[in-house]
Design a protein around this ligand. Structure first.
Ligand SMILES: [Zn+2]
Ligand SMILES: [Zn+2]
Length: 254
């Protein structure tokens, strides 16, 4: 029973944070250096009006390589939602540890500046995912952020925090948690919820912002519900539910 409660508590902490990632991205100054990435919109990912290919560059700090089935799952999710007839490619690359225990958005931006080699050009759109070996500097008390979508095509995962909250007794597997965060952050880049992709029907969680009010949806904020937790007890990754799916379709996705 004790373990059970601890597990619930850990999930509430871990998953309650999703709300912050989108909100924080609003407060973060726009990227200055890369003009092209600044004008990327969710529709550019969803439709192929401007870009018919997507390259996702995953860069991880040594020791935090995402599990291959996690990146495979992300790729097949993107394949199923985005119109990219020229193909969707994921590349992954290791970097040495920058030697920090916590990372701020400016630390993350600096690493992106150094290591993001794939740039959006012609018909090829790019996205960037960084997995760091530390926690987020903005974590407060027991609140731990697992990931952030901090730019129009830029995301970061806090690999150490994800490991801390997965893989142990009574915790979700690292694959389940890592994939959930990868997909959740990418969906913010795709404009969910009301984050650049208009809502077909109102399903915004007004209390937490940029999240879905469907408690079993991948984009749901709160973890303190049996529906959401049961998804994790079942060991499966939450999927996007109807309202989020129709928003993506309505904004050029499939
Ligand atoms: Zn979120
Ligand atoms: Zn939803």
């Amino acid at each position: 029973m004790k373990r059970h409660i601890r597990f619930l508590f850990a999930l509430i902490l871990a998953l309650g944070l999703f709300a912050r990632c989108a909100e924080e991205s609003k407060d973060i100054p726009e990227e200055e250096e890369n003009v092209k990435e600044n004008v990327i919109k969710p529709n550019d990912f969803l439709s192929e009006e401007l870009y018919d290919q997507l390259v996702v560059q995953v860069v991880y700090v040594d020791g935090y390589k995402p599990e291959s089935n996690s990146t495979y799952h992300l790729a097949s999710f993107l394949q199923s939602r985005l119109n990219k007839s020229g193909g969707i490619t994921l590349s992954s690359q290791m970097i040495e540890s920058p030697g920090k225990s916590t990372y701020s958005i400016s630390d993350i931006r600096a690493l992106e500046e150094t290591h993001r080699t794939h740039k959006t050009t012609d018909k090829t759109l790019t996205a960037w995912i960084l997995i760091v070996d530390g926690d987020y500097t903005e974590n407060e008390g027991d609140a731990n952020t697992l990931g952030v979508a901090y730019g129009s095509s830029s995301m970061a995962l806090f690999g150490k925090t994800i490991r801390d909250f997965s893989g142990g007794l009574g915790q979700p597997s690292t694959h389940v948690l890592e994939t959930t965060v990868l997909k959740h952050e990418f969906c913010h880049v795709l404009g969910l919820v009301d984050n650049g992709t208009p809502m077909v029907n109102n399903h915004l969680d007004t209390q937490h912002g940029k999240h879905c009010n469907n408690e079993s949806c991948l984009m749901y904020y709160a973890a303190e519900t049996s529906d959401f937790l049961s998804t994790f007890f079942a060991g499966s990754i939450p999927s996007l539910k109807e309202q989020c799916l129709s928003d993506l379709k309505n904004n050029g996705g499939k």
